[in-house]
Ligand binder design. Structure first.
Ligand SMILES: NC(=O)c1ccc[n+]([C@@H]2O[C@H](COP(=O)([O-])OP(=O)(O)OC[C@H]3O[C@@H](n4cnc5c(N)ncnc54)[C@H](OP(=O)(O)O)[C@@H]3O)[C@@H](O)[C@H]2O)c1
Length: 268
């Protein structure tokens, strides 16, 4: 099945204007999907949208701050009744560059809102249509920080851990309904946001960073093989995680088989 047949006709991407988000957008447009692109700055969104439309597909943009509590409501309004077959939660980097106690709690609330509440609510909204249509895909772009607490990244690690386990459970719940879910766990990737963080913290640009185009291509290839892909690692490598993707998948399926999950109302 083509990407269009499996995940079309519309894909919605948060954090779509640059880096991995724009790489996803360009590759999906090449595959014939129409796109809804979300970010804050309108200029970069408009430039990308023009490129996307030149590929012969439709493109809608919206300036929405994902760290605001009403972000998912605004995004649902933008999407309207378009059939969203693919939702990619891309934005989520920690630009605070700070120890936990050295920033206002409002900054950590915003980071948590973007990675936890907005991602969860968008999945709830767009997942409904996908489950009803028995077709679709969700990619949650994560970080190796999800696998444990790291000095200087307390809230980021915790928020990405939420996204990881949430995505694993969704993979189990929605898989029976033809909806693919993938946690795409990245290491260091050469995005504008990452470069800015390096510059602001006085760190050199590391060698061998992943390229956004490769990340997007691999993410789309691995989407039917969730719940996790750890960038640069194969299925049976534990690597940066406490257990390999294959071990974590096996555990989820074993618990599902034993108890049919813990939901009160079982799926039909
Ligand atoms: N780059 C890496 O090395 C790396 C490593 C591990 C994991 N990741 C993960 O990969 C994903 C992408 O990372 P990234 O480095 O490209 O940085 P990012 O800041 O997460 O994503 C950049 C994109 O998101 C938009 N954006 C950022 N904050 C936003 C907000 N509050 N509301 C709406 N849009 C927002 C930006 O446009 P605007 O500024 O115009 O809003 C831009 O389009 C993230 O989930 C990150 O955690 C990245």
């Amino acid at each position: 099945m083509t990407l269009l047949a499996k995940y079309g006709p519309w894909a919605l991407i948060t954090g779509a204007s640059e880096g991995t988000g724009s790489a996803f957008a360009r590759q999906l447009a090449d595959a014939g999907l129409n796109l809804i692109l979300i970010a804050r700055r309108e200029g970069p969104l408009a430039g990308l949208a023009a490129d996307i439309r030149a590929k012969g597909v439709e493109c809608v943009t919206a300036s929405v701050d994902l760290s605001a509590l009403d972000a998912s409501v605004k995004i649902a309004e933008v999407a309207g009744d378009r059939e969203i077959g693919l939702f990619i939660a891309n934005a989520g980097a920690d630009t605070n560059g700070s120890l936990f106690l050295d920033k206002d709690i409002a900054d950590w609330d915003q980071l948590t809102t973007m990675n936890v509440f907005t991602t969860m609510r968008n999945c709830h909204h767009f997942g409904q249509g996908m489950r009803a249509r028995k077709r679709g895909g969700i990619i949650i772009v994560g970080s190796g920080a999800c696998y444990g607490g790291l000095h200087g990244l307390a809230v980021y690690c915790a928020a990405k851990a939420f996204a990881l386990t949430f995505g694993e459970a969704l993979w189990s719940e929605l898989g029976d309904h033809g909806v693919d879910v993938l946690n795409l766990i990245l290491g260091r990737t050469d995005t504008p946001a990452h470069r800015l963080i390096l510059e602001q913290s006085g760190q050199p640009v590391p060698e061998g960073m992943a390229q956004p185009e490769d990340v997007a291509r691999v993410g789309l290839e691995r989407l039917p093989h969730g719940p996790i892909h750890n960038w640069g690692e194969d299925e049976n490598t534990i690597g940066m995680s406490a257990a390999s993707p294959a071990q974590r998948r096996g555990k989820i399926l074993a618990i599902k088989a034993m108890s049919q999950g813990y939901s009160v109302k079982q799926d039909a």
